[in-house]
Design a protein around this ligand. Sequence first.
Ligand SMILES: *Cc1c(COP(=O)(O)O)cnc(C)c1O
Length: 359
Amino acid sequence: MSPMFVPGPVDVAEDVLQAQARPILPHRSPEFETIFHRAEQKARKLFYTQYRVFITASSGTGLQEAAVRNLAKEKVLACVNGAFGKRWAEVAETNGKKVTRLEAEWGQPITPEAVAEALKQDHYEIITVVHNETSVGLENPIKDIAAVVHEVSPDTLICVDAVSSLGGAKLEMDAWGLDMVLTSSQKCLALPPGLALGAVSDRAMERAKDVPNRGWYFDFIRLEKHRLKDSTPATPAVSLVYALDYQLDRILKEGLENRFARHEAMAKRVRSWALDRGFKLLAAEGYRSKTVTSIVNEHGLDVNEINEFLLKRDMRIANGYGALKGKTFRIAHMGELQMSDIDTLLAALDEFLQQKGVL
Ligand SMILES: *Cc1c(COP(=O)(O)O)cnc(C)c1O
């Protein structure tokens, strides 16, 4: 396996890829329903929830859309401090919702104080916020944000995008009182792209019943009716569900706490490597992501050239996202990556810096 240090899609272990290769089962067969049931039960552990997990044939953005369609008739408070928070605001707007954006500079967190202030100004049915802003390598303080929402506007539902953190950095849905948490298969879960997982609280399910025009494909009420029969309204991504079932066993065998510690240790190594070499980190101290580090390109390096150099060694990193292209570059440390992979990458990057006369 040639390691990719990019924040999704990430490398998938050979045996997980192989798990997809078993014969296709009809989705309305007891054999498939058993696997689907098992996968859903195990998936709840990732979210630290007792409620339910919808497993959809879509990428994570599909569930961003599901959140706004199912849980808000009209008013959404969208937290934006990076590209994916911005996308969620746009998803809400293009679905006809009335969106107020709570913005913070990219690299700075959404603070509980700012959320409290916004909730005192107006009433919102839901708040959307990204746990791990992949575009800037920042972790928003979800637990503290949720605490102020509960205090200031207890009936506002809390929707969290944990696409690049679930299974890599801790997020406790029930203990923190979150109403919907969504993720994709191709990031911290180290599965092929194509599945999304969304956990939804009972309170959010109740709310959905009163929201008109929830659509069909992502309608929580319809999904729930079928989930209770260990199935889905439309054809599920059968092979990916096999892989999910298998990978969840691997993840739970490693142990979630061990997995989080592995990611955090790799994050610390990458951060100190960057700082020691005169780079700055884009995300503010205290809010740096445990799964992807965004490094400010202080030395004016050509990121494409870095990757050409790395590709000869079977590795690659990610450029900055959108407007940050060239200004930053990102090293992901999620999924199956180990410290030894990080060591190999950083040694190669040092060699590159030496060639460029930076070191
Ligand atoms: C990758 C990413 C998304 C988009 O996920 P898709 O699975 O590509 O739809 C959304 N939010 C965050 C935080 C991401 O990192």
